[in-house]
Design a protein around this ligand. Sequence first.
Ligand code: ZN
Length: 442
Amino acid sequence: MGEILDFAEALWKGETTTYAHHPLSEPYGMEKVARDTWFHKLFSNTIIRETPEGLILIDPSGFAGVKMKFESVRSVTSQPLHTAIYTHGHVDHCFGVSAYVEEAQSKGWPRPQVIAHEATPARFRRYRETIGYNQAINSRQFMGGQTRVNFPADFYYPDITYQNRLRIQVGGVTALLRHGRGETDDHTWVFFPDTGVLCPGDLFFWCLPNAGNPQKVQRYCKEWAVALREMASLDPQVLLPGHGWPIIGSDRIKQALEDNARLLEILFEQTLLLMNQGTSLDKILQIVQVPEDLLNKPYLHPVYDEPEFIVRNLWRLYGGWYDGTPSHLKPAPEKEQAEEISRLAGGADKLIGRAKELGQSGNFRLACHLADWAYLAAPDDPQVREAVHRIYTARAGVETSTMSMGIYMARAREVRGEGFEEAVAGSRVLQVQDERGRKQKQ
Ligand SMILES: [Zn+2]
């Protein structure tokens, strides 16, 4: 086995964990993982299937590193690209086709075709409408506000779209494409019956499913579980996910897919039960729990997203934005609330003093409320700002997920008035997560 499969084996056995090696992080590399099948692990993964008529490429590249992806593919095969499949329209999956189109033109090969779900073009159009927002949230999520993420505006649209399922044949090789809502509304998972290779896209992530992302559009918890169970029923032999590393062997794959499904089903069932009883969102967030045995599985650690964010996404999908607390329906501006609380407490310094105590005792949820009020009530006070910076930095240091760490790191920078720095390679938040995970392991 090569480095990628060796690492995947170590991860499965618990010899290392996604706390020290985030599914979006290294080890990276290109490896042959099944007959005529290559797997390229990077921030997001590419699956390459050779056929006598040309390549089937699943997720050709993310929008960053297009040239490197192309060169990596060309280092292992010189076959023309026949068909590219986007597992979904997230920008870390649906780029890179232009390089193959140019190559085909220069070599006189037929133009490659691109297949995606029918909801993908609408996603691309939405990204153009919300480009500023997407830059802001991805700068927080992946960079902790340290550097700006340049979100793309131009997309290579699919030539062929489908609704529920599609069977394609390229050079005698059959690929089954199936739509399933989950991380997105436009997800496609792909199965190759001849090799037993399953490509679930981001429906399998090597960590807690990204079904809750606080800054992004709706995700689909229940349908996600349905898709995972359907995949498991096909008895796949090799699982090649959109992020993270392969899983080899039908028993392991079935277990991993079904555990992911069970986690999502538990969150769905508990949340809907309470919603149907008229419970407020605040109470639901206190009550709903995921069994520890699931969160301890090597492929379900909450290193990217968190269970409570999935509960909020369920509330948004099946309910409205009103959370059941009447004062939240038409609230006073936050600054007004903060000034009033500060007056009652005896000043912003009292609030920040208590916030520090709470932070030191580990109650960061409450500490950050007080810190926010102090900052809103006295935004120009340098001591308040520095204390708020420290509280949010400490909070980022104890959170497990990219989502939380990115938002808290960005807040810590913002209160110091620190803007964007020069762009650096890789994700700042993932680097911090992996460094901490490795230190804790030592
Ligand atoms: Zn992705």
